[in-house]
Design a protein around this ligand. Structure first.
Ligand SMILES: Cc1cc2nc3c(=O)[nH]c(=O)nc-3n(C[C@H](O)[C@H](O)[C@H](O)COP(=O)(O)O)c2cc1C
Length: 290
């Protein structure tokens, strides 16, 4: 079997088992019921959610329901930040969800500069009447391929293990705390984006991405990792359209690197998916079956 056909065959076999809502454990932690809602494009946030532990629910999957009402002893959200603000579907979730828990926490993953992300998240949540008890961030590999070379990123010491251990301990003791933000950090967000707390609102993905048709083997991984189902096979081949929140799942998870940015890439040969998260897990989290 040729390499192209093998990749296509393997992707189809993996997709066949990738359905449903992602629940990785019974959600009991020290006798408490803990729900963690997560959003992820390249696995960093799913890794963190799994490490914290609980019943994991994908936000794109949850948004398919008519009623989003949840009750537990602890409820958490784990997601990346884009331009220091939560992804669009996380904001949609905050608007629609009714979350009932005596203890609520948020962990946002980022790659280089968090600025006042916790304050922005808190403000967006409070606008919807939701008050989180614990809000923090954790630095991971930066998947923003425009300006970050993944080969360099993975060499950097970001103290992920230690930081994650601290977060896990904080949540285990139900700490009430918001990570401090400096005036410089507030200023950095303000200088770049002003009062924009919804930096990456939906935009047309065909402006951001292009396909190198010679490289595409038609495995369909992009169609299944996109939380908005924006990638489709048409008579003209693979095409992207719709509303994109810039999670970069498609470009980072294409096994052929056939998806490129329409513009500068720090390293066109380097892509990122967290090594402890499989393509299948991402598909299970993000594949919205109509
Ligand atoms: C469109 C976009 C914007 C981003 N903006 C920021 C940012 O403002 N600051 C930062 O430190 N990291 C930024 N990142 C990096 C991600 O927040 C980071 O890699 C995150 O851990 C990815 O999580 P995931 O693997 O769960 O998708 C951005 C990434 C993307 C794709």
């Amino acid at each position: 079997m040729k390499r192209r056909d093998f990749i296509k065959f393997m992707a189809a076999a993996m997709a066949a088992t990738a359905v449903g809502v992602n629940v990785t454990s019974c959600g009991e932690s020290n006798g408490k019921k803990r729900l963690i809602f997560f959003f992820t494009g390249t696995g960093n946030s799913l890794f963190v959610a799994k490490e914290i532990g609980g019943q994991l629910i994908s936000i794109p999957q949850a948004l398919k329901q008519d009623e989003l009402s949840y009750t537990a002893d602890e409820i958490g959200i784990v997601c990346p930040l884009y331009g220091h603000t939560p992804p669009n579907q996380v904001r949609e979730f905050l608007k629609r969800a009714k979350l009932n828990a005596p203890y609520m926490f948020v962990v946002q993953t980022y790659g280089a500069r968090k600025c006042n992300a916790v304050e922005i998240f808190d403000a967006l949540a409070q606008k919807e009447g939701i008050k989180f008890d614990y809000l923090t961030t954790i630095i991971m590999v930066d998947n923003f391929l425009v300006s970050h070379d993944i080969d360099e990123e993975i060499q950097m010491e970001k103290h992920i293990e230690e930081n994650l251990a601290q977060i896990k301990a904080d949540i285990a003791e139900q700490k009430h705390w918001m990570q401090p933000v400096t005036e410089v950090e507030r200023q950095q967000h303000w200088e770049r984006y002003g009062h924009d707390f919804e930096r990456y609102s939906y935009q047309n993905p065909s402006r951001t991405f292009r396909v190198e048709r010679d490289l595409c083997v038609g495995c369909g991984a992009c169609t299944r990792v996109c939380p908005k189902s924006n990638w489709k096979f048409t008579n003209n081949g693979l095409e992207v359209d719709g509303d994109c929140q810039m999670c970069f799942a498609c470009i980072n998870n294409c096994p052929q690197k056939a998806i490129k940015l329409n513009g500068r890439e720090a390293n066109p040969n380097a892509r990122w998916r967290h090594p402890k998260i499989t393509l299948q897990e991402l598909q299970r989290a993000n594949h919205i079956i109509a």
